[in-house]
Design a protein around this ligand. Structure first.
Ligand code: AHR
Length: 645
């Protein structure tokens, strides 16, 4: 393969002599075995926002199936020809439990066609030929009746099944429905077939084809998108949702590992957060709870990174504080979480994990204390947590927050405290303009190498119209190149938020959009994925010279397992650039050049559910390295080269 080799030595080349208009020289110091990249560096931020869990990842198709929403009618429509309230009654259960306080009663003694229809989470998505498993509790109190269940679309009935005779006492029933057609906005109808009084509760419908075919599991297409990214970690359950509107409404992980029917519904704080994006039907069912999050991490090969409430409610809302002398139960929750994740099966919480089906530990090493808190009251609370956690679990790396902004007084005060208190990581959040992200390329160059490491725990480029377009993704790529170059300081990073339902979002931009049947990666998803899938193990120093006003941003890493050099190059501007690639020493490139390029003619280009691949990476392979590479206007490129040193 000698003819394919190009010997390029720095000593022989003068950078300036090579520079022409629209040209660059990109030199990689391949002799310098640089900073190690954390194998978990590029991860995911998950929060139940934008119908991310209920109505999204958690594949339950019936909304308010147990009539527990404060308005028990929400999600349900009465069927029948008579306009009277009397035939459908929402009742308190005499045997109420905290998680199941109500049921519905349908009275068909005097009326025909009485029933209920559930509209799902902005419709129920069903696919032709696929099976859907319905479960419900039902009984007949008077008379006799069966129960017909149907999936119905605008064109008519898509599937139906029947319980012939309902029992007189509460019983659970299971029915299978096979859809005859594909429909994104179906409804589920429940229709008593006889005359009498029928009571129904805990109605649930799941696709059989969930992720790994687990009953009552997660939406397979959405998890696949995450698995495809090969994420290093998964942060859960948020986000502000950890904090709650007040402390009573905070996220309490212990309640989420109870049997599903015992998990109490809770207001989702995004229900009420934005007046212009109200979501009155947004509640947390916790069908996706902490056990499911840990299993999801394992499934997709991501380290679990839970964030725990530190005795503070969201400071954008009530900001309610647990008094310092009453933090005990909050700290105990953190200790028990560690035991739940890692403890032996003989321990109290390890036994609970085993009982749920996972005797092996989950290997928790990272724990966030508080989400996006700020102020001295946060520092005091963090300190109380850290004192106990560090003493009892020195193996757990603690994460402290740096507030909601990447540069303000709150941020500076927190960093001052963190330099003293030394959490393993400081969690910085940045939602800013394209210009900020491009400028942010150099942000970590001057960070203290001896202080806490940085977890860029939430970031996303917000264009003026908050679009998920190529411009935003390229600005993020430039920023991420800066994170990679500083992999000794920045050890973890995640885009936020992760999911959004097109008919139910509260916040944008987001990384992955969905409707009830389809999923759409954004250009930002591809940038994240390109980084994560082409991480490399060691950072190699890069120097770049460009002509005139041209801007190019680059980083390089060495992939030990494949003996490959990975070069990432972002060109956020409207002119293509050609770059001469140079390596020091007597390094040669052998074999083909693999190229993955994310680009479009217009930086405003976005993907859509109908055209989800408009902006997606294209792979090309050249048989031999020519010594230079061209970087299209508005592009992000990943090159993989085999080197012989
Ligand atoms: O990602 C959306 C929100 O942004 C998170 O919940 C919060 O931590 C931040 O303010």
């Amino acid at each position: 393969m000698k003819t394919h080799r190009h010997l390029l030595t720095l000593a022989l080349l003068s950078a300036t002599s090579l520079l022409q208009a629209g040209q660059a020289v990109l030199r990689v110091d391949v002799q310098n075995e640089g900073k190690a990249v954390n194998p978990a560096m590029w991860g995911l931020f998950f929060e139940d926002i934008n119908f991310g869990a209920d109505g999204g990842l958690y594949a339950e198709l019936v909304k308010n199936g147990s009539f527990e929403f404060p308005d028990p009618r929400m999600g349900w429509t009465k069927l029948g020809d008579r306009d009277t309230q009397d035939e459908v009654r929402y009742l308190s259960r005499t045997d109420a439990t905290p998680a199941n306080q109500r049921c519905v009663q349908l009275r068909t003694e005097n009326s025909q066609g009485i029933g209920l229809s559930n509209g799902g989470f902005r419709g129920i998505g069903v696919k032709a030929g696929e099976h859907y498993d319905l479960t419900l509790d039902a009984r007949v109190l008077k008379g006799s009746s069966g129960l017909r269940v149907r999936l119905v679309g605008p064109q008519g009935v898509l599937a139906s099944a029947e319980i012939e005779a309902l029992p007189q006492g509460w019983e659970s029933h299971q029915l299978s429905l096979q859809a005859t057609a594909t429909e994104a906005q179906a409804t589920l109808e429940l229709l008593p077939s006889g005359k009498g009084i029928v009571e129904i509760d805990r109605v649930s419908l799941f696709p059989r084809n969930t992720w790994k075919q687990r009953p009552k599991g997660l939406r397979a297409d959405l998890v696949q998108m995450l698995a495809d990214m090969k994420p290093g970690f998964l942060r859960f359950p948020g986000g502000c949702i950890v904090e709650g509107f007040n402390l009573a409404l905070r996220y309490q992980w212990k309640k989420t590992i109870l049997p599903r029917e015992e998990r109490e519904l809770l207001l989702n704080r995004w229900n009420v957060e934005f007046k212009d994006r109200p979501a009155p039907d947004y509640y947390q069912s916790f069908g996706l709870g902490f056990y499911e999050y840990f299993v999801l991490c394992e499934d997709i090969g991501a380290k679990p990174l839970p964030i725990i409430n530190c005795g503070m409610a969201c400071q954008y809302n009530s900001g309610e504080l647990a008094p310092l002398d009453q933090l005990g139960p909050y700290i105990q929750d953190a200790l028990d979480l560690i035991e739940f994740a890692n403890g032996p099966v003989s321990s109290e919480w390890g036994a609970k994990r085993a009982a749920l089906g996972h005797p092996e530990p989950f290997g928790l090493t990272l724990l966030g204390v508080g989400n996006e808190q700020w102020g001295p009251q946060y520092v005091e609370r963090y300190e109380a947590f850290a004192k106990v956690l560090k003493a009892k679990h020195p193996e757990i790396e603690l994460i402290a927050a740096a507030g909601p902004s990447p540069s303000d007084k709150r941020f500076d005060q927190l960093w001052e405290a963190w330099r003293r208190l030394k959490p393993a990581y400081v969690d910085e959040h940045s939602y800013s303009s394209p210009a900020w992200f491009i400028q942010g390329h150099g942000r970590y160059d001057s960070y203290d190498r001896n202080g806490p490491k940085v977890f860029v725990g939430e970031y996303a480029c917000h264009t003026k119209e908050r679009k998920n377009n190529l411009e935003a993704a390229l600005a993020e790529a430039v920023f991420m190149i800066g994170l990679e170059r500083n992999a000794d300081v920045v050890r973890l990073a995640a885009y936020a938020p992760l999911f959004a339902h097109v008919d139910a979002w509260q916040w944008k931009p987001d990384m992955i959009w969905m409707d009830n049947l389809r999923v759409m990666p954004t250009p930002s998803y591809h940038v994240q994925s390109l980084f994560s899938r082409n991480r490399g193990d060691l950072v190699l120093p890069v120097t770049l010279s460009t002509t005139g006003e041209s801007r190019l941003f680059a980083s390089a890493t060495w992939d030990k397992a494949n003996s490959e050099l990975i070069i990432k190059v972002a060109n956020p501007d409207g002119a293509a650039l050609s770059a001469t690639l140079q390596f020091n020493g007597s390094t040669t490139v052998e074999g083909p050049v693999h190229r993955l390029v994310l680009t479009a003619d217009n930086p405003e280009t976005e993907n859509t559910l109908n055209e989800p691949a408009r902006v997606s990476p294209k792979e090309t392979i050249s048989p031999a390295f020519t010594g230079s590479e061209s970087f299209p206007a508005y592009s992000f490129t990943v090159l993989r080269l085999k080197l012989k040193k």
